[in-house]
Design a protein around this ligand. Structure first.
Ligand code: GLV
Ligand code: MN
Ligand code: MN
Length: 417
């Protein structure tokens, strides 16, 4: 089967989606359930309808665009990713898996392929933790990893609950109807940019993801004592930001201490109260992201951070509370889907290598209810979560071609040509 990927259409659709943004180009800011997210969803559903796909949305806005197979009673196969972005991001993270998935379906349709199993394109809600503090909101609910009651009370920065925000966005059904049963899909394959430098450095066009690292995140609240920056002398101060500074460095140290390249730790949030130049910080909130391919080693790093929090609290006379936001297991890819991806790469004559995903993805949670695997394409300089994120049309088209072939195999269909 000779697959034609319409590179120009795909590039112009990626550009079109990037225009639904609250940041000035080339940056993209598209946070879940904002006006830009709403408009992007409308635009995308129109593209899916044009391709003859039937659309269903669940109570949190996960969107399922289905190409009905000749045996619709069989568990479907699925592909997809997310279209929300972190603030000041680029245009490829998630989007390549969604628009690339749609293009793969269109390429199969134009070859006259008839799937036996239905093929669904899934657009997951809020893979990014930006608004509600937890990543993969949609896929967590789909898999049952997040309980509906716990989801309903998640709050954004303006103290609006998910329950209120999703209703305002028009998603009103019961949250407890979102979860899918294990076996609902016979396979899920996600196309994504690598978000790391390996493929580019090794000049290899495709990465076959064999496992996804285990992510965890924590909120640390430090309460000290505020006061006048001039009037209050240095002895006896209980400056919450000075305590935070020690913890931030300890987080970096905790990742480095084990000597494993796969342990990574980041403090991406530091909110200082009251945030005035002439006022001693009385309270600081930190957001810590900690990941490892080996969850036991991740837990050791977490233990190191907790120890430092206790020690700093005692020595500086501040109170420190560390709360776990999420602590998830890693995911392993399905050997059958990896075999289908391998064959597709070989048929397309593409060089590929096996790799680990250190970023998390909706596949992490889909793996709890379905066999999964991921396909990575290179991104320039390994850069992601930045406006200068870039993958070339050629690299994207290569990924889409291999994805399309893999979907054809998994959907167990017939080609008319
Ligand atoms: C996904 O965006 C991640 O943070 O890995
Ligand atoms: Mn991301
Ligand atoms: Mn992503």
């Amino acid at each position: 089967m000779n697959l034609e990927i319409e590179e120009t259409r795909l590039t112009s659709e990626i550009d079109a989606l990037a225009r639904f943004s609250d940041a000035e180009a080339p940056a993209v800011t598209r946070v879940v359930f904002t006006e830009q997210d709403r408009k992007a969803r409308v635009w995308l559903k129109e593209r899916c309808r044009e391709a003859g796909l039937n659309i269903r949305e669940d109570a949190v806005g996960n969107t399922f665009a289905r190409w009905e197979g000749s045996k619709p009673e069989l568990p479907a196969i699925a592909t997809g990713s997310h279209i929300d972005s972190i603030p000041h991001a680029g245009r490829y993270d998630g989007v390549v898996g969604v628009l690339g998935g749609l293009e793969a379906i269109r390429a199969l349709q134009s070859r006259g392929f008839q799937p036996r199993r239905s093929i669904e394109l899934i657009i997951f809600t809020s893979e990014e933790p930006t608004r509600f503090g937890i990543g993969c909101l949609g896929s967590r609910l789909l898999s049952g990893a997040l309980a509906p009651d716990a989801a309903a009370v998640l709050r954004d920065d303006e103290e609006n609950t998910l329950e209120v925000v999703r209703h305002r966005a028009g998603f009103t059904g019961p949250l407890d109807r979102i979860q899918l049963q294990s076996g609902a899909y016979s396979a899920f394959v996600e196309l994504h940019i690598e978000q790391g430098p390996i493929l580019e450095q090794e000049k290899i066009g495709l990465g076959l993801v064999t496992s996804i690292a285990a992510p965890a995140s924590f909120r640390v609240r430090i309460d000290g004592e505020g006061g006048h920056a001039g009037g209050r002398l240095m002895p006896g101060r209980r400056d919450a930001l000075c305590a935070a500074a020690e913890i931030i460095l300890a987080v970096e140290g905790a990742a480095l201490a084990g000597g494993a390249v796969d342990t990574v730790a980041t403090v991406g949030i530091c909110e200082v109260h009251p945030g005035a130049i002439n006022s001693i910080p009385s309270q600081v909130q930190l957001g810590i992201d900690l990941r490892d391919t080996d969850p036991a080693r991740r837990d050791i790093a977490q233990g190191r951070i907790e120890l430092v929090c206790r020690e700093v609290a005692e020595r500086r006379g501040v109170s420190i509370a560390m709360e776990t936001i999420n602590s998830d297991p890693p995911a392993q890819s399905s050997p059958e889907i990896l075999a289908a991806l391998t064959t597709a790469c070989e048929k397309e004559g593409c060089r590929f290598r096996a790799m680990v995903s250190r970023a998390y993805h909706d596949s992490l949670f889909m793996s709890q209810i379905a066999p999964v695997a991921m396909l990575f394409i290179p991104c320039r300089g390994g850069v992601s979560h930045r406006p200068d994120e870039y993958s070339s049309p050629l690299e994207i088209a290569r990924g889409v071609r291999v994805l399309a072939r893999t979907l054809a195999t998994l959907a167990d269909g017939e080609s008319q040509s």
